[in-house]
Design a protein around this ligand. Structure first.
Ligand SMILES: [Zn+2]
Length: 354
């Protein structure tokens, strides 16, 4: 069992997009910076995405490819394109804040499939099933825990139907929104069991791999990797969200997390959400130097500004995003996509520039 020292400063992520006040008082200087990040996280839910090789060597999926862990290492020696944001795009399509995203997506199959199809047409080779908040602890907040199997299976089936044989489908998982302690309600074992349950369902539903994203705590991410390794042989990609200096919300930094996760058996590590790609060059380089597995970069479309209605507005254009993402590839990222604020246009531009 691995233990990390984490500070008590922690912002739970409300999957429906409602901001939750921090439990710990923070200095106001860091507070505004962190609250901007919170807005980025809150707009977060998932993301989605064909392939057009040019100057970079792209992986091209063959119809009969089955994604073993060995196969994953081979394919990721080339640049692999992920999808872009899901949450911010669902909100743009009318998903209200504060509701259970997973239930809303189940009720709006056409919206998610249209978005995922657009990502595939833009060049995504791995799309994330909209199962982000489909763990028992999050579903309990909405009284939906008894439907955990049905919800995850239905959401995977939507993505599988869209992906066909053109694209891989990742089972998406994230933080419970709780902080791991050794003596409280949420221990390493609780997290481990929560992830085991969801990952087992995702595997049975037919995902090609697991993606743990928007993780904000190293220990909880390790629980997810241990859980994945205990219930399946699927590859698992892990991304944490970081500040521009590489630090993680609850303690530690991206390079430390990456090294620990590689030792635990993660198949690729990196960052998602966070800030814009322009601020992540040294973070990506530090992760690249810390591990021998592929490095993932799935950042936001820049830092969000908050408009009068309280909505997060991302300022980076698709071409600026793609230009900065190319620099991240030059610095060691090989599995790339976008998070909050990105759309299929960002993925198309990214494929175009590489
Ligand atoms: Zn995000």
């Amino acid at each position: 069992m691995r233990r990390f020292t984490c500070s008590r400063l922690y912002y739970p992520v409300d999957m429906g997009g409602t901001p939750i006040k921090p439990r710990t008082k923070v200095a106001s200087a860091t507070k505004s910076r962190q609250s901007r990040r919170i807005w980025g996280l809150l707009a977060e839910i998932n993301n989605y995405s064909a392939v057009r090789p040019n100057s970079y060597d792209f992986y091209i999926k063959q119809e009969a490819d089955i994604l073993t862990r060995d196969e994953f290492q081979k394919l990721t020696q080339k640049v692999v394109i992920l999808d872009g944001a899901t949450g911010s795009n669902l909100m743009a399509q009318g998903m209200p804040r504060g509701i259970c995203t997973e239930q809303w997506v189940i009720d709006h199959k056409d919206v998610i499939q249209k978005l995922q199809k657009a990502y595939m047409e833009a060049g995504s080779q791995i799309i994330y099933a909209p199962t982000f908040g489909g763990n028992r602890i999050n579903l309990e907040k909405h009284g939906l825990e008894d439907r955990i199997r049905e919800i995850n299976r239905t959401l995977v089936s939507y993505s599988r139907e869209t992906a066909g044989t053109r694209c891989y489908v990742a089972g998406d998982i994230t933080t419970s929104g709780q902080f791991i302690t050794s003596d409280g309600d949420y221990t390493f074992e609780t997290a481990y069991e929560m992830y085991q349950e969801q990952i087992r369902i995702l595997k049975d539903a037919g995902v090609d791999l697991i993606a743990a994203e928007t993780m904000i705590n190293i220990e909880e991410t390790l629980a997810a990797v241990d859980a994945a390794r205990s219930v399946c042989d699927l590859p698992i990609m892990c991304t944490v969200t970081v500040e521009a200096d590489g630090s993680i919300f609850s303690g530690g930094n991206a390079a430390e997390a990456a090294a620990a996760l590689e030792s635990a058996g993660a198949d690729a590590v990196g960052i998602n959400c966070s800030v814009g790609p322009d601020q992540l060059v040294s973070v990506v380089r530090s992760i690249r130097e810390a591990v021998s597995i592929p490095v993932i970069a799935k950042p936001n479309a820049g830092m969000p500004a908050i408009d009068d209605q309280g909505n997060a507005v991302y300022s980076m254009t698709p071409s600026d995003f793609a230009r900065h993402m190319k620099v991240l590839v030059e610095n060691g990222a090989s599995i790339i996509g976008g998070c909050c604020g990105t759309t299929p246009d960002y993925i198309r531009e990214l494929v175009h520039i590489l």
